[in-house]
Design a protein around this ligand. Structure first.
Ligand code: ADP
Ligand code: MG
Length: 362
């Protein structure tokens, strides 16, 4: 299938190295990357993606520069965007996104986004006024939970002195709303105005600590929820021509622009039975699969140019996850899926599932 430059969903593969546990079990590396090509082989199967990053180290500078930096730039032009980390539990989603809370030394994609964002604002501050807000929620069992609730917001205020709260979280569950212009908003979740990179990092850290985790057979730290860190950038241009280097950023001919970037650490993609789920856990597993299933269907409908031209239905409404991301998936928005895989032979079946899911997204 052709995957032109204008395809709205880019897919990258992130192969982590064998980790301690896998080495102890004597696992073998069963994933091969074709040299010089974004192509991955497992057994007799071969898949080509937009990018393949592999082996060692934290998410590389290249991954950020090639996959995510263009989305950050797009925010300044008013384009919404979504970065999705997909994969089985233990494949490196949290490590890749930087939504973990145990290892502060690693640099995931979200900290790199913050860096790029604040650098860019610094260079543009004479031309426009900027306002940044963040929210951090998770979807568990088709329910939206605020990860920056009152207590954490006030803790943040205590840390930073002046991080302002926009919405005071109430007891009622967070609701996803769609305005008549198609803009999706959350009601009942906390949004925090941030002025500095440090304040934004504190929100990420606080929400990560609040994130629900449940233990499964595969990984005690595993999470069965989708965690969504959202950065909203509002800008008001000052009078006069607005340029960023040679690129005009006011080519939409508007003084005010607002765009958001969703950074999503998806729930583990493994099948419920594999993790020994039962009772309550199984129910969660089923619902998580619902979100991932709906996401797969939406992305595949978006990527299918023939269907898109026929104006066929994109099934956003099938899950909370896709409803929430609706105005930031497809249309003018940019989407990158980073599919994370383990190279270990014991994970071969799930790895193949991930490769197939990601392949369908292209
Ligand atoms: P997930 O969020 O998909 O469940 P994690 O991000 O928690 O997976 O990663 C599982 C384990 O693998 C962690 O111990 C993490 O530190 C390690 N890991 C993940 N990706 C990498 C990588 N690229 N390099 C080194 N270690 C990694
Ligand atoms: Mg994780």
């Amino acid at each position: 299938m052709e995957n032109g430059e204008d395809c709205c969903v880019k897919v990258a593969m992130h192969i982590r190295p064998l980790i301690g546990d896998e080495r102890l079990q004597g696992c073998k590396d069963c994933v091969t990357v074709v040299p010089g090509k974004p192509q991955v082989q497992i057994g007799t199967h071969s898949f080509t993606f937009d990018h393949v990053y592999g082996g060692t180290g934290s998410p590389s500078y290249d991954m950020f520069e090639e996959c995510v930096a263009p989305l950050v730039d797009g925010l300044f032009q008013g384009y919404n965007a979504t970065v999705l980390a997909y994969g089985q539990t233990g494949s490196g989603k949290t490590y890749t996104m930087g939504t973990g809370c145990k290892d502060g030394s690693q640099i995931g994609l979200i900290p790199q986004v913050m860096n790029a964002l604040f650098c860019k604002i610094e260079t543009l501050k004479n031309q426009a006024e900027f306002q940044l807000r963040v929210s951090f929620i998770e979807i568990l069992k088709e329910e939206v939970r605020d990860l920056l609730d009152g207590s954490s917001a006030s803790k943040l205020e205590a840390i930073n002195g002046h991080a302002g709260k926009l919405t005071v979280p109430g007891k009622p569950p967070v609701q996803i709303r769609e305005a008549s212009n198609g803009v999706i908003t959350l009601s009942g979740s906390t949004e925090i105005f941030v002025n500095t990179q440090k304040e934004m990092a504190a929100c990420l850290e606080q929400g990560s600590l609040n994130r629900a985790t449940g233990s499964t057979n595969m990984n005690n730290q595993s999470s069965r929820s989708h965690a969504i860190f959202t950065i909203t950038l509002e800008q008001m241009h000052k009078l006069g021509p607005v340029t960023t280097g040679s690129v005009q950023i006011d080519d939409m001919n508007e003084d005010y622009l607002c765009a958001k970037l969703h950074l999503v650490d998806l729930a583990g993609s493994e099948r419920a039975k594999r993790t020994g789920s039962d009772g309550l856990r199984f129910k969660e597993g089923v619902h998580i699969n619902k979100g991932l299933l709906a996401l797969g269907n939406v992305i595949s409908a978006l990527g299918d140019e023939k269907k898109r031209k026929e104006g066929s239905h994109v099934p956003y409404r099938d899950s909370k996850l896709t409803r929430l991301l609706q105005d930031s998936l497809g249309g003018n928005s940019r989407t990158v899926m980073i599919a994370c895989i383990s190279p270990a032979d014991i994970n071969a079946e799930e790895t193949l599932n991930t490769l197939k899911y990601a392949n369908r997204a292209r």
